[in-house]
Design a protein around this ligand. Sequence first.
Ligand code: HEC
Length: 407
Amino acid sequence: MYDFAVFWDWMAFAVRWLHVITAIAWIGSSFYFIALDLGLNRNIPGPADGEEWQVHGGGFYHIQKYLVAPEQMPDHLTWFKWESYATWLSGAALLMIVYWVGGELYLIDAQKADLALWQGILISAASLTVGWLVYDFLCKSGLGERPTLLMVLLFVLLVAMGWGYNQIFTGRAMMLHLGAFTATIMTANVFFIIMPNQRIVVDDLQNGRTPDPKYGKIAKLRSTHNNYLTLPVVFLMLSNHYPLAFATEYNWIIASLVFLMGVTIRHYFNTRHARTGNPTWTWLVTALLFLAIIWLSTAPMYKPLEEAEAQPLTSYEERFASAEGFEEAHDVVLGRCSMCHAREPVWEGILWAPKGVLLETEADIARNAKQIYLQAGVSHAMPPANVTYMEPEDRDAIIRWVRNAGL
Ligand code: HEC
């Protein structure tokens, strides 16, 4: 049986799998090189700038670093770029699958901005591009000479973007887009700045010219930004699994504090790897920031029930609410799901709607039709361990309704 919703959910899983693998490869190699570079023994004779001995997997490695490049170009040179490009490409695909194709549910929040899906998609795509142009402009202006001020401005840009996204998109889309925005800066740094500069240097050497050290300096600046942005990006990407992080009006402040935590945590490891100190105070600051985040996350997560019920249905919701079998499925969901998936859950031990999935009002149920279909119709993932005793007829009612609406 051909069932597009099921096929599509598996596509999303496959692309997510790929994305996590490529991200591990990228972040892993980038952490490796940062630690390697900071830990080099620089007091060595000969033309190399530094060296380090390492042991791994039964072999010893003797790595030497040449600041600009060796006298003679080696025949075989390994580049590190596809880790980054593949992470960005698979991430863009995942963003399109979840937040563009699934935009009615995950991107658009009609209570914030009543956008058509295409308008939301346009803003989503444009914001990532414009963000890079602004950032790149800042770096290329005279500010490149004042790295600390530049970092502060970069932080202000990120906070402004987070606030802006929160004015129009759902909480989870806001977090995810801020992460994607940051990750786009990181990959674009590799693609537009670090790689081209490295190619110039290699080309100079091959043609017997002495490369200008300024290229290395520019690349270093961008690479430092990437270093401090890595951890927050991973947080933002994971945040959409935790409603406490995204489903509050303060989500953009939470995101801002996460960027600061990225700096304090990296500072600790950067200092340790360079063997220039042991700044344990950074852990105290990190812990305080995290406590502030926890405190902010308890702000009211959802608009009250009456307000949500008064909201007119969007055309997407209308499509599912007017499909044959809605009444019956609606009753099933109210009877089997709402005790947990409510603005104020009544199920013992459930304190907020799991995964931020609300199933109380007609609009909630209509909007979540595909998720209900996947979780409680064709699969038996919900209710957990069938605690509310869904009968096979109940699942049939859900399947009938959603198929009538034409997936
Ligand atoms: C006893 C409480 C409870 C009941 C009843 C319940 N759920 Fe859930 N639901 C949960 C929990 C807990 C999670 C989070 C599971 C996880 O962490 O992966 C969840 C997650 C979900 C998700 C999100 C899945 C994801 O990974 O994005 C959907 C959709 C969902 N439930 C739908 C339903 C439907 C439909 C019903 C009724 C047929 C239902 N639930 C009944 C507790 C419940």
